[in-house]
Ligand binder design. Structure first.
Ligand code: NAD
Length: 333
């Protein structure tokens, strides 16, 4: 098979450590990839005073697929989130985050197997904020029928394709009657086209409680951007934490694969980060590229590593470094 060109963004914080690990493992598993490494986020600001260099955008435009480490966004000031900008620029409207219990991982629950489908382009992430008067600020929540129908269709298509039983739309339409109300109207319209998939709705606060009581009862979750972001981290916590949950940002023009977690500044540069969330994201990427064999090999090695329970990073209760986990994964391949 001819190698495929993929943009690699090492990212900030733990990003360079985990992307190096993943690169080693998937290359050893036989992935046919020619990496096109590009800077983004804080690393790019340091190098060229621009968090989203033109070269990064051109690379993703050309390759159509990227594997991305986390990117730092400062709180309360500074440049706009590069993650949000990339998702909007390439119209990566669907954020897909499978959350599964894995054998060998100590967590509060077993038997969790759900998929978070998060709308990725609008909502309070529109970036429209203004000060009305000193001490009074407005943030604009944008919800459109076009984006809501598109993400609902994505969720139902996924459910039908993967033989999932239920799509649950999660909302706060009791309070945000117009915006979340529109989101629900669109989901209901789309649901009519999928009679074999059960459609239900839950208010977001109730959904959070049900998720931490009986997560096994959830299947495909359909959410707007902000609820999707928050509920993703909650769901990661159900199965052992952020070190395990992968993600894909998908659109019609490009796909960017990344872990759910951020730059983990508290452990950055210490060789302590768990590379598995990004590794599972790379498995999704390999399948997207049609490289199913290396994808299956990597997934099997990662699952065996967890089942063995001997070489694990600290977030999973172990004492191993990122390097040791990488080496063990290569041995298991
Ligand atoms: P975080 O996800 O970086 O960290 C939360 C906690 O989880 C920390 O205790 C961290 O040590 C731990 N953790 C995260 N990833 C881990 C890993 N691979 N292995 C072991 N432990 C891990 O969340 P945060 O601290 O709220 O955010 C830090 C920065 O990351 C912020 O600038 C934020 O904007 C950014 N961020 C980026 C993305 C992205 O690039 N997609 C996503 C979320 C947050």
């Amino acid at each position: 098979m001819k190698p495929v060109r993929v943009t690699l963004i090492p990212g900030d914080g733990v990003g360079p450590e985990i992307t190096a690990s993943v690169r080693t493992v998937i290359e050893r598993a036989g992935a046919q990839i020619k990496w096109d490494e590009q800077l983004g986020g804080k690393a790019a600001v340091v190098a060229c005073d621009n968090p989203i260099p033109d070269a990064l955008l051109a690379s993703i435009k050309k390759n159509k697929v990227a594997l991305k480490g986390p990117l730092e966004t400062s709180v309360g000031h500074g440049y706009r989130s590069v993650n949000v900008t990339l998702r909007k620029y390439f119209d990566l409207y669907a954020n897909l985050r499978p959350v599964r219990s894995l054998k060998g991982v100590k967590s509060a629950f077993s038997g969790v197997d759900l998929i978070v489908v998060r709308e990725n382009t609008e909502d309070l992430y529109s970036g429209i904020e203004h000060m009305v008067a000193p001490g009074v600020v407005e943030s604009v929540k944008v919800i459109t029928a076009r984006a809501s129908k598109r993400i609902a269709k994505f969720a139902f298509d996924l459910a039908a394709r993967e033989k999932r039983k239920t799509v649950t739309a999660i909302h706060k339409a009791n309070i945000m009657k117009l915006s979340d109300g529109l989101f629900l109207d669109c989901a209901r319209q789309i649901a009519k086209g999928y009679p074999k998939v059960t459609y239900r709705e839950l208010i977001v606060d109730n959904a959070c409680m049900q998720l931490v009581l009986r997560p096994q009862e959830f299947d495909v979750l359909l959410l707007e951007n902000l609820y999707g972001d928050i509920v993703s981290d909650l769901c990661a916590g159900l199965v052992g934490g952020l070190g395990l949950v992968p993600g894909a940002n998908l659109g019609t023009k490009a796909a960017i694969f990344e872990a759910v977690h951020g730059t983990a500044p508290d452990i950055a540069g210490k060789n302590l980060a768990n590379p598995l969330a990004l590794l599972f994201s790379s498995v999704m990427m390999l399948r997207h590229l049609g490289q199913d064999r290396p994808a299956a090999r990597v997934e099997k090695a990662a699952k065996r590593l967890l089942e063995e329970g001997k070489v694990l990073t600290r977030d999973l209760g172990g004492r191993a470094s990122t390097t040791q986990v990488t080496e063990r994964l290569v041995e298991l391949l």
